[in-house]
Design a protein around this ligand. Sequence first.
Ligand code: ACK
Length: 994
Amino acid sequence: MGCREARGLLWRLGLFLPLLTARPADGGHGAANQVVLLDTTAALGELGWKTFPLNGWDAITEMDEHNRPIHTYQVCNVMEPNQNNWLRTNWISRDAAQKIYVEMKFTLRDCNSIPWVLGTCKETFNLYYMESDESHGLKFKPNQYTKIDTIAADESFTQMDLGDRILKLNTEVREVGPINKKGFYLAFQDIGACIALVSVRVYYKKCPFTVRNLAMFPDTIPRVDSSSLVEVRGSCVKSAEERDTPKLYCGADGDWLVPLGRCICSVGYEELDGSCHACRPGFYKAFAGNVKCSKCPPHSLTYVEATSVCQCEKGYFRAEKDPPTMACTRPPSAPRNVIFNINETALMLEWSPPSDTGGRKDLTYSVICKKCGSDASQCEICGGGIRFIPRHTGLINSSVTVLDFVSHVNYTFEIEATNGVSELSFSPKQFTAITVTTDQDAPSLIGMVRKDWASQNSIALSWQEPDFPHGAILDYEIKYYEKEHEQLSYSSTRSKAPSVIITGLKPATKYIFHIRVRTAAGYSGYSQKFEFETGDETSDMAAEQGQILVIATAAVGGFTLLVILTLFFLITGRCQWYIKAKMKSEEKRRAHLQNGHLRFPGIKTYIDPDTYEDPSLAVHEFAKEIDPSRIRIERVIGAGEFGEVCSGRLKTPGKREIPVAIKTLKGGYMDRQRRDFLREASIMGQFDHPNIIRLEGVVTKSRPVMIVVEYMENGSLDSFLRKHDGHFTVIQLVGMLRGIASGMKYLSDMGYVHRDLAARNILVNSNLMCKVSDFGLSRVLEDDPEAAYTTSGGKIPIRWTAPEAIAYRKFSSASDAWSYGIVMWEVMSYGERPYWEMSNQDVILSIEEGYRLPAPMGCPASLHQLMLHCWQKERNHRPKFSDIVSFLDKLIRNPSTLHTLVEDVLVMPDSPGEVPEYPLFVSVSDWLDSIKMGQYKNNFMAAGFTTLDMVSRMSIDDIRRIGVVLIGHQRRIVSSLQTLRLHMMHIQEKGFHV
Ligand code: ACK
């Protein structure tokens, strides 16, 4: 019977199988861990399977909608007994399989639903296989086949399903193995069922190639015994190496299990997405491991890829033991300031370390001794007679003692500094030489030391020159310390004249002084110790009264004045010329002080450290020197212009350790940088107020030079507010502003103008207390990234600065008040940038035209009023800081005054000053342009907000509705509406119509 006839018969019987053109759904054909040996759904031509007998299974091939064949075998001889119909596949190659899987999709008719077939109809078929090395010509003999299983349907279909055209497709999978021959046949035995075999898929499983932990694992066939795993050793990917032997286990289902060991990228390579990539030029990786390539350390470079060690720049080197992560370094410069001190038996050489240590810490010195005749070119090495204590090379300290020298000889000592890379450099060694004639005697000791006068913080001393200086006196060294704290620290200073004024001392405190003199032959011994005490409060007043007396008396008459002055100087011993010189700067400061005292009785006046001839004197006048052993640096918290800013702890004997911030001056600085750096301490040290950052002291006598200030846990105010946007109550914000205003009141009372008041220069502690910081006058402005050059050449933070200060550098407490208004705006907007992205030029122009920052969202009207008050063009109209403090105090005492928000009012309460002139906008589009929101013109127009009057009535919801999606833009528009409303009022008052 041909195919078509069979189909006709089956149709008539109602047995024909439905939905032949429905391609069976993909049963995971593409799964990565399956290798398919046969798939009838993918076969294009006839399958050509054998059937026995011929009228049993019937091949039906239909085309699907893509014109691909669907091969189906059907049999349905349910009415005849003793059916034994075989269908055999072609030979299937085993490939690498050990165990194979046979997946069959078929439909099966429910016998109960067919009338008259009881006894003959079956609902199962049998699956067989036979292994064979032969792929062709094998005769079919059923008894050569081994049964795999009887296959029953999970779901059979009935006549009703047929009517409803429901396809009940069964999927059954059977496994068989191990297969040992080259291939096999499958056979399906029907014993009287009504079946359509829709697809057959034969596959085996494998663990597919994979990369784990930078190791590659090949395709692996699992064991037949599903309980044992195949252990597979991985091989490292390119440019990687084994750390622990990488292994994976292949499970029976083709899954990789239990990863062990790993590979790591070799030196010069870093991991990226499971493979090792060469480091880019300029980067290196010195160690194998899964870390990233790093930038070449300072003074080293590489132009090639996959570098493990960067090469040193010209003139820089790496010592043998230097790790590749270390910067390249260079030999040190020569030691400085060599001096000698000689007596009959010993010659002591001392020097200062080189200004450039080459970037290394392993600095040592060596001393070469030469004997020279009158001609410097006739020098010879000293030879063995001379001894050096402790030795002449590898010296760690910057001094050496020379013994056993011969009298009346010119010795030249060359002192050379070396470090770990000196040997690697071909450049000539840098040394400093000193010539010593051994008959030159050291100067004799200083005799008596006198106290000329003492104030609370200063003592003036003078003494006689030594009786036998044995040469020109170079200078005197004065060493002193607090009598009570001899062990802790001492200070020293130098003076060219036999007198000195020592400043920066504690009031009513005993100090010990001793002095030595220096000539070309070196130092004398120290004088005996002298004890002097600083004055208490009354002593300064007495000093000033003395001066006032002199001035008052001056009015009496020239002659009397002359007599009194002469007497005065004779008595106090101040007639020596050198004291006059020292007094020059002292007088300047006292004049300054007197001015201040007249202006603000009872309040100290700020003294500009630049009025000191010697800035190091200023820093010691106002800042305590801290012994670095009292400081413990814990971590780096930021970067200042001069070096890192660290946090740490400061120990004070007899007191609790306190947390501190430590600003450091990085090595290799110039004198000017050190002066600028310490200027801030000289300024800060003059202040003593809870809202001004407190100076604990300075380290200037050792490196690194440091400024130690109180620690402020929450860092700078601008970033603090940005981090906590919307977290505080208005009262808390006003509390912060009050603190800043109080600090500024103190500064302005002292006559100090800050010039760079901005939220970034306010620090916040853990109690939300705000303190003003960043002092340093012009230096601060150089340092401030916000500062821009003005046409007059100065660098000014435009957005924070009053117009008169921008235009002609008129800085004053009134310009600080303008900046304070900007700080208020920054605080109330939680760190928004003043004038947003407007350019500096636009800011200057719009201020000139009368534009002022609108109130931030949620800002009480009274606070915006205060801001506007601070931004008055006429600086004398701006509030004083004392006014600001009392105004904020009133607000804090009556919090209800803060409830009225700017958004809620159209009519402002009585202004404390004049309402600024706002620009006259003529259209919505002008207004949008002026607030840099011109991109929304179409949104406003399309939504019908075409007049300024309509826009001024918009709510935040309206703004969202018309399509302003960005929160920042919504904020800006809403807060600018306040200004617009004022503008509208202004226009109405003037009788304009828009
Ligand atoms: O915003 P910040 O966290 O606060 O980052 C900067 C950084 O150091 C560089 O200036 C922080 N900083 C400065 N002074 C102090 C201080 N006294 N206490 C705590 N942090 C400080 C500042």
